[in-house]
Design a binder for this molecule. Structure first.
Ligand code: 5GP
Ligand code: ZN
Length: 113
């Protein structure tokens, strides 16, 4: 069975999608940790940062660029936000389809979180 984020990409699971294009999808996290919590994912199934290839560099850059645009759209670009890739077991990654967390809309804890 396809991974849960691939199923979201395929519209098999109801999801609040806030951006979509040919290569990436962004949607609201089902368990938000802050007022704004969006996940930005590639449509291509890549397990984690650890599995990136040099040919994925543009794709990852595009995900970060879209986080910047969505921060503007959700009105948190001036107040600030965190961008986070969890990677692997020790990094706390639960879903094994690479995703970028965009978290903001309120004062967040100081690093380390
Ligand atoms: P990770 O810990 O892997 O970096 O984060 C996975 C994130 O995916 C979590 O914040 C979790 O709440 C979110 N998530 C897991 N399943 C779903 C789902 O079915 N829909 C949505 N919108 N978010 C999900
Ligand atoms: Zn997947």
């Amino acid at each position: 069975m396809a991974c849960i984020f691939c199923r979201i990409i395929n519209k098999e699971i109801p999801t609040d999608i806030v951006y979509e294009d040919k290569e990436i999808v962004a949607f609201k996290d089902i368990h938000p940790v802050a007022k704004v919590h969006i996940l930005i994912i590639p449509k291509k199934h890549i397990e984690s940062v650890a599995k990136l290839k040099s040919s994925d560099i543009m794709l990852i850059g595009k995900m970060i660029w879209q986080a910047k645009i969505l921060a503007e759209k959700f009105g948190i670009n001036k107040t600030g936000y965190k961008l986070l890739f969890n990677c692997g077991k020790d990094g706390g990654q639960v879903i094994k389809h690479i995703h970028l967390h965009l978290i903001g809309g309120q004062k967040l804890k100081n690093w380390p979180i």
